[in-house]
Write a protein that binds this ligand. Sequence first.
Ligand code: ACO
Length: 334
Amino acid sequence: MKQFGATIVGTGSYTPERILTNHDLEQMVDTSDEWIQARTGIRERHIAAPQQATSDLAFEAAKSALAQAGCRADDIDLIIVATISPDRPFPNTACFLQKKLGADQAACFSLEAACSGFVYALQVAASLIRTGAHRRALVVGAEKISMFVDWQDRNTCVLFGDGAGAVVLEATTPESDIFLAANMGADGSYAELLTVPAGGSQMPPSRQAIEAKKQYLKMEGREVFKLAVNAMVESAKSVMREAGLESSQLRWLIPHQANTRIIQAVGKRLAVPEANVFMNLDKYGNTSAATIPICLDQLNRGGHLTRGDYVLMVAFGGGLTWGASLLRWPGTEP
Ligand code: ACO
């Protein structure tokens, strides 16, 4: 039996100042604004400054989430940062964030599930809160994914952007738990479809690795595309089944933002009207684990969420990994 429930009490997000447009990319690789928009839906993306680390992006998003939650950094007893672009191999990025925030009461770890990272982290944090082990958690998705981008590879360099999003979760009564259903899945047999080959224990950084450009992100776009649609649809259906909800009851579907065509295919197969499918990738591109919390914060701060709204977040990413989380939005009555 659950001892506690978990709820969201604040959201925040941050994207770096520098904007890289499709027209800028036309000067860098053989591409065009028309191709990028037609094939991906992306017009521009934010790119972190050289001196900005992932924890710096996370810090800005976290400050804003904490301010909205009305709590101090030392009220937080757990920090999870979902990222595949950590500040360093170790210590984990959540420790760097903890130091910047002064959240000295928090246990800290990072979680690596690529674009599904935030959905995974939310499920882990909510579960820990329900057991009573933690009372107030900061859950962040933050990526400086540009560190893996080969700016000479037109197949990938047009797709990604940097950013961070955060939520503050708090313990509540089991009856007020907002998380209705969630799932997480993975299939490691597809690992090679989307990967950064060098920089880890399998292929440590070396001159040869760098000369062969193995430190950059490699992707089989077409294969990932097909798998992404299926994984997101099945994951989303499964949480709706578990919660006993129909897609017509959703106020918002927040899909991972990798490609407009993927999002449209998922929305169509789930029978969610376009007006209820949130999209912001024209301005941000794919920010990996940061995508979903940035979307959630934009909906929240834009006044597009009211108490009782059903929100379904669904993601997929390198691994392959996927996951979905269905919640009923808390907050004051409209
Ligand atoms: N500009 C112009 N032409 C290009 C570009 C570009 N930027 N990129 C590729 N092309 C060319 C290709 O070379 C190819 O030319 P060819 O036919 O002469 O070989 C042609 O366009 C078509 O290429 P496709 O790969 O078939 O293009 P597609 O329509 O599949 O779009 C894309 C490619 C956008 C990558 C798409 O497959 C996609 O979005 N896949 C999913 C990617 C994804 O979702 N990743 C998310 C996970 S990220 C994570 O977890 C970190």
